[in-house]
Write a protein that binds this ligand. Structure first.
Ligand code: DGY
Length: 348
């Protein structure tokens, strides 16, 4: 699909993206916009090289694509200076390789913070209250009357939520769980202390001034402290060498037998084989997963686990957010081509 065929700058989007604002922004700035409508979901490096061709000023790509040496070299040969991932995470992008080829890299932080945190909250609730199991039971026509023990789950109020990685999304999730469900909070983050600390301190003051019970919270000095103490644990780190299999056989064994684990970050943060085994051994342990180690696949056994809620990497999938991500990605590419400031820049 081609928009503004006579535009001076050739910008490619490897996927159709929601809304039209991003297309209009590019057209207004003299870009020819080419949108790949290839049916297969995941494009290979070869597919993308073919798209780039001989002349390409910038590319908007997706987290399913492998943006390393080969693609950045192809983009650079075609005269390209800009690449933006339509995602906040950029573990699929080799930023050093891009730099070496003189290509600027952008990402799309900010617009997906609340949407992603809301999905983490939804998975926490779905796991705690066994919503998917109950839905399946209902649809199967098995409900034959109210029973005192039917789908009994966990009350979140007064329990402790544990957050690993208190950046933008982790902090927004923590706020939702603390304010919305009156949970206590324990969190661990190597780098970001103040964002969440400011909120819980101010919220504590607010509760006190209203004569309400204060929320208990602490910044843990180790991840294990969170794993030991929390009833619901939500993972929000970036994926890099240090967080690969952060949750493994040993760390799972540290958690409470009836804990809930939520992952809306990246699949490989969790050793999924160890997780399946843990779910089998501990039927009261529950998990809510938006991401998987070998996406789009699940490790054998996971699909059969009743104590797992699984959704297909949709944490940022609200209309407003996806349109916002597309717009930011376009602005990132445009910024580099036209010399405007770039919104999301992993080098900053
Ligand atoms: C991201 O942005 O990194 C998400 O995984 C998809 O929105």
């Amino acid at each position: 699909e081609v928009w503004n065929p006579n535009g001076k700058y050739r910008v490619i989007s490897t996927k159709p993206m929601p809304g039209t604002r991003w297309i209009n922004l590019l057209i207004e700035q003299d870009c020819r916009v080419e949108i790949c409508t290839e049916k297969k979901t995941i494009l290979s490096v070869e597919d993308i090289i073919a798209l780039i061709g001989n002349k390409c000023d910038g590319v908007i790509g997706q987290l399913t694509e492998d943006w390393g040496d080969t693609l950045f070299a192809a983009l650079s040969r075609a005269g390209g200076k800009a690449f933006s991932n339509m995602a906040v995470g950029y573990n699929n992008v080799d930023v050093n390789a891009a730099n070496k080829c003189g290509v600027a890299v952008g990402n799309t932080p900010g617009v997906l913070t609340e949407t992603t945190a809301e999905l983490a909250a939804s998975l926490s609730l779905a796991a705690a209250r066994r919503i998917v199991e109950a839905d399946e039971f209902m649809r199967a026509g098995l409900y034959d009357g109210w029973l005192p023990h039917l789908f009994v789950g966990n009350l979140l109020k007064g329990q402790t939520v544990g957050v690993i990685g208190a950046g933008r999304i982790g902090s927004a999730y923590a706020r939702m769980m603390v304010e919305g469900f009156k949970m206590n909070l324990i969190y661990y983050d190597l780098y970001q202390a103040t964002r969440l600390e400011k909120f819980v301190t101010a919220y504590g003051e607010f509760l006190k001034s209203n004569g309400e019970q204060p929320v208990y919270w602490k910044r843990a000095s180790s991840m294990d402290e969170v794993l030991r103490e929390a009833d619901v644990i939500s993972l929000h780190p970036v994926l890099d060498k240090t967080t690969y299999h952060l949750i493994n056989k040993e760390s799972l064994a540290t958690m409470k037998k009836e804990a809930i684990l939520v992952n809306c970050s990246r699949g490989p943060v969790v050793d999924e084989v160890a997780l399946v085994e843990h779910l089998k051994q501990n039927p009261m342990f529950r998990v809510g997963l938006d991401v998987f180690e070998d996406e789009p696949f699940m490790k054998p056994g996971l699909a059969e686990m009743k104590n797992a809620v699984v959704v297909p990497h949709i944490a940022s999938a609200s209309k407003w957010t996806r349109e916002g991500m597309a717009t930011l990605a376009a602005l990132n590419v445009l910024g580099k081509i036209k010399g405007y400031p770039v919104w999301g820049n992993p080098n900053q």
